[in-house]
Design a binder for this molecule. Structure first.
Ligand code: PBG
Length: 343
C-alpha cells in the first residue's frame, strides 16, 4: 500500500507523518532534472504571426502603440512571410489597413476580389507556398464606423452581416487563404461560411472560429494599427462576449463547432486562460489563443521602462498558453520568439 492510499484510508494520522519524506524540490534542484520533468513546451510550431498590411509599395510604417510592429505593403509583406517561413513559423494571419476613402457604412470593399487582404494572399501564396495563410473575415477594416457589422439606425444587423461575410470568405479562399477566421461574432456565421465555401469548391479551406471573443479593452493598439480607433463609435458589447461570462463562452464555442468550425480561438489570451482550459477540456478540439495587441504592448512598455525583462515575460506568457491547453498562439511576438527558440 502506498502512502497516497494510506492517506485516504487513515485520516486520523497527521498529513505530516505520512508525507514528511516528500520533497517536491528534489526535482527542481538542477537544470537537467527540471528539463526532465517539464510538462509543457513552447515550440516555433506553436506560433501564428498576425501581420498588418497597408496599401502602396515599399512601405513599412510603424504602429506607434506597438513598438516593433509595422504595417507592410504587399511587396514587403511577402518578404516578411518568407522570413517567417524560414524561421519555421507555420502560419501568418493578415489584417489590412485600407484607405479611408474605401471605407463605407456597409464595408463593401470586403467584397472586392482585389482588395488589400486578397492581394496579399495572392502574392504570399505565389512566393511562399509553404506558409499557411489565415485571413480575418470581418467588416471592421472596411467600415466607416469601425464596427464588425452592418450598422443601421444604431443597430448591428446580424443576418445581413453574415451574408456579406460568407461571400467575402469565398473571395478570400479564391485568393489563397488556407484558413478563414471570422472575428465578427455574428450568430450563425460559421455555418453560413462553411456552406458558401463548400458550394464554391473550397471544401478544404478550414475555419478557425474566433469562438469566444470578449468585449475587451486590450484591442486598443490594434485599432490604431488598422485605423479604426478614431472611427469607432460606441463599443462592441452587443456582439462580443461579456468579460464576466464563462458558461456563455462555452455555449459560443459549442455553437461554432456544431456549425462546422475546425479550430477554436479565445481572444484576448492571458486574461482568459480559464476559458482556454474549459474549452480544451470540454471539446478536445484544436484550441488557439490570440495574445492581442494590448497584451503585446503592455510587455513592450514595461520592458522599455526597464520594469520587466521583456524576453522572459514574452516566453513565460507564451508557455502559459500551452499550459492552459492551447495548441498554438497568435502573437505579434512570433518572429522574436521563433528566433529565441531556434537559438
Ligand atoms: C475585429 C478584430 C479585433 C482584433 C482583430 N480583429 C478587435 C477589435 O478591433 O474589436 C484585435 C486584435 C488585437 O488586438 O491584436 N474584427
Amino acid at each position: 500500500m502506498n502512502k497516497f492510499s494510506r492517506l485516504k484510508m487513515d485520516p486520523i494520522r497527521s498529513v505530516d507523518e505520512i508525507t514528511g519524506s516528500r520533497r517536491l524540490r528534489r526535482m527542481r534542484k538542477a537544470s537537467w532534472s527540471r528539463r526532465l520533468v517539464q510538462e509543457n513546451h513552447l515550440r516555433v510550431e506553436d506560433l501564428i504571426w498576425p501581420i498588418f498590411l497597408v496599401e502602396g509599395e515599399n512601405r513599412k510604417d510603424p504602429v506607434e502603440a506597438m513598438p516593433g510592429v509595422y504595417r507592410y505593403s504587399v511587396d514587403l509583406a511577402v518578404r516578411e512571410a518568407e522570413r517567417a517561413a524560414k524561421l519555421g513559423i507555420p502560419a501568418i494571419a493578415t489584417f489590412p489597413n485600407i484607405g479611408i476613402k474605401k471605407r463605407d457604412v456597409t464595408g463593401s470593399a470586403i467584397l472586392d476580389p482585389d482588395n488589400l487582404i486578397n492581394q496579399a494572399s495572392r502574392a504570399i501564396k505565389a512566393a511562399v507556398p509553404e506558409i499557411g495563410i489565415i485571413t480575418d473575415v470581418a467588416l471592421d477594416p472596411f467600415t466607416s464606423h469601425g464596427h464588425d457589422g452592418i450598422l443601421r439606425d444604431g443597430v448591428i444587423l446580424n443576418d445581413e452581416t453574415v451574408a456579406q461575410v460568407a461571400e467575402a470568405a469565398v473571395l478570400q479562399a479564391a485568393a489563397g487563404a488556407d484558413i478563414i477566421a471570422p472575428s465578427d461574432m455574428m450568430d450563425g456565421r460559421i455555418g453560413a461560411i462553411r456552406d458558401s465555401l463548400d458550394a464554391n469548391g473550397f471544401q478544404d479551406v478550414a475555419i478557425m472560429s474566433y469562438a469566444t471573443k470578449f468585449a475587451s479593452v486590450f484591442y486598443g493598439p490594434y485599432r490604431e494599427a488598422i485605423g479604426t480607433g478614431t472611427l469607432l463609435t460606441g463599443d462592441k458589447k452587443t456582439y462580443y462576449v461579456d468579460p464576466a461570462n464563462s458558461d456563455e463562452a462555452v455555449r459560443e464555442a459549442e455553437q461554432d463547432l456544431l456549425e462546422g468550425a475546425d479550430m477554436l480561438m479565445v481572444k484576448p489570451g492571458l486574461p482568459y486562460l480559464d476559458i482556454i482550459r474549459r474549452l480544451k477540456d470540454e471539446f478536445a478540439m484544436p484550441t488557439f489563443a490570440y495574445q492581442v495587441s494590448g497584451e503585446y504592448s503592455m510587455i513592450k512598455a514595461a520592458a522599455a521602462n526597464g520594469w520587466l525583462d521583456g524576453e522572459k515575460a514574452m516566453l513565460e506568457t507564451l508557455l502559459a498558453f500551452k499550459r492552459a491547453g492551447c495548441d498554438g498562439i497568435l502573437t505579434y511576438f512570433a518572429p522574436e520568439a521563433a528566433q529565441l527558440l531556434r537559438a
